[in-house]
Write a protein that binds this ligand. Structure first.
Ligand code: ATP
Length: 503
């Protein structure tokens, strides 16, 4: 799986999807740029979400709030006081760790031990070897496994309690060493605030301390009443938005899974107090259905319900996805009660209430939130789509089986040769189709190599113009996934492609 993840990262670079930011200066850690194909894929994911959430729901509208917000916002939201991760400094190696990552590294080490024992036994017993039986009967291996299980359980508890003393005790008890240097000279476990600070204003005295927003949600809460009034929205209704968020993450790894500058797609759904349980269930199912609609394998998703809840929530679950490094959070669904609106009422001194005509009463609405990271969604789609296939003729091909609706380019138009008027016809097809789809023209190299290149970029269709086209206005259309080729009329191309990219 490590190998698979490395392939994902190098493929993303080689085929123009994701580059390291400021690469010529050796990059900036946990910051990435989306390249020519990546920007298209990202736009398509964002649009797919926006369409499902805003366009398809009469009672959800979209906004685009500023990244800078009045600094009191972050006091009201709780981010100034409680947006922390436990950080551990190793004095000797001068490295910083996040506690959970440190324990993950520790567990990975034990797991490596298990794998080693298993490999040794497999060699010794040959064909008769049964891994499950070996693990369940071999005391030492079982012991390792139990160690991992109990460590993760205790760690989960410590981190959710956010009790630094607990975290510290756990680290000491496990005698976890710095995974890189092997030394064990830990100093303090501290709380580290994840918000980036900056300044607004030119002069030193009048400059105002600001934060880059660590989530898009607050831009929705502070606009709740403006949108409700000007849009004449009736509860239940939602406000959606996509946009950049910034977090000074302590550890930067796992590519675009955890970035310092990333994009969120969030929707806050305002409801009547007391109805939160039903809406929580509704949005859980609805969001899972959205994920499954992309056809990336139903088994690749699971819910992880939170036992210990954040201070603002009365229920929370994650939709986890099977990334190359295992099941991890892709989207969060949170029942936030009236925490945010009440806090903003208190800090701003303005009423943020809704007058319910049916009940003839005012109340502070409750909120259900769905929050998904666009970059994480990108990684889920990209890593799931990247496949290597053995072909009948013994060769392998690399193919990026992106859902057609998300693919950056829907079709590549290829003249078989660069003469006899074939390029002109191919270019004319590009001219005709480009009003509806993103298409490309490619005439370089033998057609087989062009097919492989488009497979690796993830283009669902290749359309080849050959000498028969001159006679009967037909072309060959080749499907990326089945590699099936069909002869069709040029006039039919638009409807064939449309059928594939519509969901
Ligand atoms: P994690 O536990 O992975 O740090 P979180 O619980 O802090 O995530 P939320 O605050 O609920 O995440 O944010 C909602 C969504 O935003 C997450 O489900 C994730 O998809 C995305 N997200 C959060 N932090 C990052 C990040 N540093 N880089 C990329 N995406 C992120």
């Amino acid at each position: 799986n490590d190998d698979k993840f490395k392939k994902v990262i190098s493929h993303a670079k080689e085929y123009g999807y994701v580059f390291q930011s400021s690469e010529i200066y050796d990059g900036l850690s946990a910051v990435y740029d989306y390249a020519q194909n990546g920007a298209e894929l990202k736009n398509n994911i964002r649009n797919y979400w926006w369409k499902a959430m805003v366009q398809m729901h009469e009672n959800i509208v979209g906004i685009d709030a500023a990244i800078f917000m009045h600094p009191t916002t972050w006091k009201a939201s709780g981010h100034v006081d409680a947006f922390n991760d436990p950080l551990i400094d190793n004095k000797d190696s001068k490295k910083r760790y996040r506690a959970d990552v440190l324990v993950e590294d520790y567990c990975a080490k034990i797991e490596a031990k298990i794998n080693k024992e298993v490999a040794k036994a497999a060699k010794r017993f040959g064909d008769a070897f049964n891994k499950e039986e070996f693990v369940s009967t071999n005391g030492r291996v079982l012991g390792y496994q139990e160690k991992i299980d109990s460590t993760l359980k205790r760690l989960g508890k410590s981190l959710e309690n956010e009790d630094l003393a607990d975290v510290k005790a756990l680290i000491e008890e496990l005698e976890i060493a710095d995974p890189l240097s092997g030394s064990r000279n830990w100093t303090d476990v501290k709380q580290f605030n994840l918000m980036f600070g900056t300044k607004l204003g030119a002069s030193a005295d009048s400059a105002m301390d600001l934060y880059l927003r660590p989530e898009t949600a607050q831009g929705i809460f502070v606009n709740f009443l403006n949108v409700q009034k000007t849009g004449r929205m009736k509860i239940p209704f939602g406000i959606a938005q996509t946009g950049k968020a910034f977090r000074n993450e302590i550890v930067a790894r796992q590519f675009i899974f955890r970035m310092r500058e990333f994009e969120q797609m969030e929707m806050q759904f305002f409801i009547k107090p007391g109805t939160q349980k039903e809406w929580f269930e509704y949005w859980k199912e609805h969001r899972l259905k959205w994920h499954k609609s992309l056809g990336m394998g139903d088994d690749n998703y699971r819910f992880h319900d939170h036992e210990k809840l954040a201070h603002y929530a009365d229920a929370a679950t994650d939709i986890e996805f099977n990334f190359p490094f295992g099941f991890k959070e892709l989207e969060g669904i949170h029942s936030r009660t009236d925490f945010d609106l009440s806090q903003h009422e208190e800090y701003s001194g303005k009423k943020l209430q809704y007058f319910d005509h049916e009940d003839n009463a005012s109340y502070t609405p409750y909120v259900l939130e769905t929050s998904i990271g666009l970059d994480r969604m990108f990684l889920a789609v990209f890593s799931n789509s990247l496949q290597e296939e053995e072909l009948d003729n013994g060769t392998t091909r690399t193919v990026l089986k992106l859902p057609a609706v998300l693919a950056p380019t829907k079709a590549a138009i290829l003249p078989l040769v660069k003469k006899d008027g074939l390029p002109d016809i191919a270019k004319q097809i590009v001219e005709d189709l480009k009003w509806d789809f993103n298409v490309v023209y490619d005439e370089k190299d033998a057609v087989g190599r062009r097919y492989r290149r488009q497979d690796a970029v993830g283009t669902p269709y290749c359309i080849t113009v050959d000498h028969d086209t001159l006679e009967d206005n037909t072309v060959t259309i080749r499907h990326r996934d089945t590699m099936e080729q069909k002869r069709v009329k040029i006039d039919e191309l638009r409807s064939i492609i449309k059928k594939e990219v519509d969901v």
